[in-house]
Design a protein around this ligand. Structure first.
Ligand code: SF4
Ligand code: SF4
Length: 454
């Protein structure tokens, strides 16, 4: 065993872990054509009851809290689907009740819930506000971009309902993130999508690229050879769906959105990949699994307690076990799971190891590594050309922001060099951030461990 592997072994169980929980499995009231999760229905028998049973829920909450290291001040539960709101408010009221029973003295329990927004009404918003839920809302941009793929079971677009949900969340003061799936259609409109969501009042944005390998998913359809498109690397046997964003397209999308952000929104709009990049430039390893050297601490759990290595590997080969049979702690810290996480680094091709932006990219997610490098090695990320373009594009600005932060100045000063308006008109501050928000100085660290401390 190499020294490098030894050091990974020593670190693995010390790292915090996270479980994406699917209390209703893949069941959803929408039928988005690019959804990677709908076909997971096939993993469970026909007639299966898609609702986490109360004893399983109670066991999960207790074990998840108990497995956190001593001294943990805050534990975050993440609820996803499918569409978790289909379970009704009562289910989540019960979650909160059980969490209160098991929280250690002084421990804060946080909840995040990812939703398509269709069912959100005043009662849901009151509940979210009262219990401090952070809501993730899926929206792909203006109606003509969003409604192309985010449709209901009759093929009707869902944009109007999502906008209504945003209005309600804002009216009640509920914290929310907008999650944008970047695809072949909206992928041409980085600046437009960014501006649209910013102007709709979304302060926190995530851009998630859709990469569907050939024939995967409920709506698998006419496939396109990756080698037919912009990647310069050999990909003869590799195909992605016609919905998948293309590498150069994704890079341009991110660059265009970044150029909008850097002119006027640093410190008041938070874009996950920009924060992650800044973190890398100030010398702190990004927190998001896809940009870390190794992974394996972001697991997924199905409605019956089955625990999988990752949300993107909910498949029989990556089933670690069931928490009603094997303690969650054993599953999370198992040798098998560690191997899964370490493989992210061990399988990184030399081409990535030599890359000038590896510190920010780290080869991204293994699920997307199905190209060959120019020298014929396996394991290059399908989106490589896009990430390389983006990280090189932002390098000068990131260096400047990192320099500001190192001098304990706000990263937002960067706007004075990029704004097309007088510096005095550029926003220098936004709403007071919460303790766990990204720091408005743009350091990529949490507010509580950055400027709030100073
Ligand atoms: S496989 Fe990808 S999404 Fe899953 S934990 Fe690793 S980096 Fe994250
Ligand atoms: S940009 Fe490309 S070469 Fe560089 S680390 Fe990322 S995937 Fe590897």
């Amino acid at each position: 065993m190499s020294n490098q592997t030894d050091s990974l072994t020593a670190q693995f169980t010390d790292q915090p872990f996270h479980v994406m929980t699917k209390p209703i499995g893949p069941i959803c009231n929408l039928d988005c054509t690019y959804c990677y999760y709908l076909h997971k229905e096939d993993l469970y028998p026909k007639g299966n009851k898609w609702k986490m049973a109360d004893d399983c829920l109670a066991s999960y909450i207790r074990q998840y809290i108990d497995t956190q290291p001593p001294g943990t001040a805050e534990v975050t539960f993440a609820w996803q689907g499918g569409e978790p709101t289909l379970l009704g408010l009562e289910f989540f009221e019960r979650c909160v009740e059980i969490q209160k029973q098991h929280a250690r003295p002084g421990m804060k329990i946080a909840n995040t819930l990812q939703t398509n927004g269709i069912l959100l009404d005043d009662d849901w918003c009151r509940f979210f506000l009262k219990n401090g839920f952070l809501v993730g809302l899926s929206i792909d941009g203006p109606a003509e971009l969003h409604d192309a793929y985010r449709v209901d079971h009759q093929g009707q677009g869902s944009h109007a309902a999502v906008i209504a949900a945003i209005r309600k969340l804002k009216k009640f003061g509920v914290d929310f993130n907008a999650l944008v799936v970047v695809n072949r259609l909206n992928g041409d409109y980085g600046a437009r999508v960014y501006r649209y969501l910013r102007d709709a009042g979304c302060q926190y944005l995530q851009f998630i690229p859709i990469v569907e390998p050939s024939g995967i998913g409920r709506h698998a359809e006419g496939q396109v050879k990756a080698s037919d498109h912009f990647t310069p690397f050999a990909a003869a046997d590799t195909a992605v769906s016609s919905r998948s964003v293309l590498p150069e397209q994704f890079g341009t999308f991110l660059c265009d959105a970044f150029d909008e952000w850097i002119r006027r929104d640093v410190g008041r709009v938070f874009v996950q990949i920009f924060d992650q990049a800044l973190s890398a430039w100030v010398g702190v390893e990004p927190s998001l699994c896809v940009f870390r050297r190794t992974c394996g601490r972001a697991l997924a759990m199905e409605h019956n307690g089955d625990v999988y290595s990752c949300d993107h590997y909910v498949e029989p080969d990556h089933l670690l076990g069931n928490l009603n049979v094997v303690p969650l702690e054993e599953l999370v810290n198992s040798g098998r799971q560690q191997e899964f996480g370490d493989a992210k680094l061990k399988t990184l091709p030399q081409y990535c190891l030599d890359c000038e932006v590896r510190h920010a990219c780290n080869g991204e997610c293994p699920k997307n590594r199905f190209l060959q490098t120019p020298d014929g090695a396996d394991g290059l990320n399908f989106l490589c050309a896009g990430y390389r373009k983006f990280f090189n594009h932002v390098d000068p600005a990131m260096q400047q922001m990192a320099a500001f932060i190192n001098k304990r100045q706000p990263a937002a000063l960067i706007m004075e060099q990029h704004s097309d308006r007088p510096a005095s008109a550029a926003p220098r501050s936004g709403p007071t951030p919460r303790r766990n928000d990204p720091c408005p100085c743009g350091s990529g660290r949490k507010y509580k461990s950055c400027c709030r401390k100073s």
